[in-house]
Design a protein around this ligand. Structure first.
Ligand code: ZN
Length: 191
């Protein structure tokens, strides 16, 4: 886990990057109270989605759909890890961790997380996110779109358990469902 954030090495792939300008730092979030004394720290969900889906458009044009999805997954993973480190921390028990994360995701208006199924022996989980930030209200397009959330959830599970998970969205507003549902299994085991 520690090496993933190493300045000089990209996660998986081992491509050495000599210098980076945008390694994530909370400095990029900045002091919003100072920076936006009148407009404040809130914006509209349309703005968030405009940003995500325009970035996704150009990622897909540049790298193809599969790679664009993978990049979003990795970004979600990074976001989840950073949020956990800053606001949650490792907990004594998984249930305590889940409660803290559920509360955080509601406070930040990311979505309403629930663990639907948990098999402790096999470390398989089914989780739902209602009113999800990325897709709730989108029309049905025949496939799930929440790759960012997949990575985000994978990072949460890995953060607390120390074990790597692969997460797949199986229901989504974009598959005609009214909540997002994710299956998580340890990496290397079939989901
Ligand atoms: Zn979804």
């Amino acid at each position: 886990m520690e090496n993933l954030d190493d300045d000089s090495v990209r996660r998986k792939g081992s491509t050495v990057v000599a210098e980076r300008q945008y390694k994530f730092s909370w400095d990029f979030i900045g002091d919003t109270a100072q920076g936006r004394p009148n407009l404040g720290n809130m914006t509209r969900i349309e703005v968030y989605r405009l940003f995500q889906y325009t970035l996704r458009d150009v990622l897909e044009q540049s790298y193809g759909t599969e790679e664009a999805d993978r990049l979003l997954y990795r970004a979600g993973f990074l976001a989840g890890t950073e949020l956990c480190e800053k606001f949650v921390g490792r907990c004594e028990s998984l249930s305590e961790f889940v409660k803290k994360v559920e509360d955080l995701l509601i406070e930040l208006k990311i979505g309403v997380l629930r663990i639907e199924e948990m098999e402790k022996d096999t470390a398989r989980f089914v989780l739902t996110v209602a009113e999800d930030l990325d897709c709730s209200g989108l029309p049905e397009v025949g496939h799930a779109v929440c790759n960012y959330d997949e990575g985000f959830i994978a990072s949460l599970l890995e953060f607390q358990t120390g074990r790597p998970f692969q997460v797949k969205e199986v229901d989504c507003w974009c598959t005609g469902d009214r909540t997002c549902r994710f299956e998580a299994a340890l990496t290397g085991e079939t989901a």
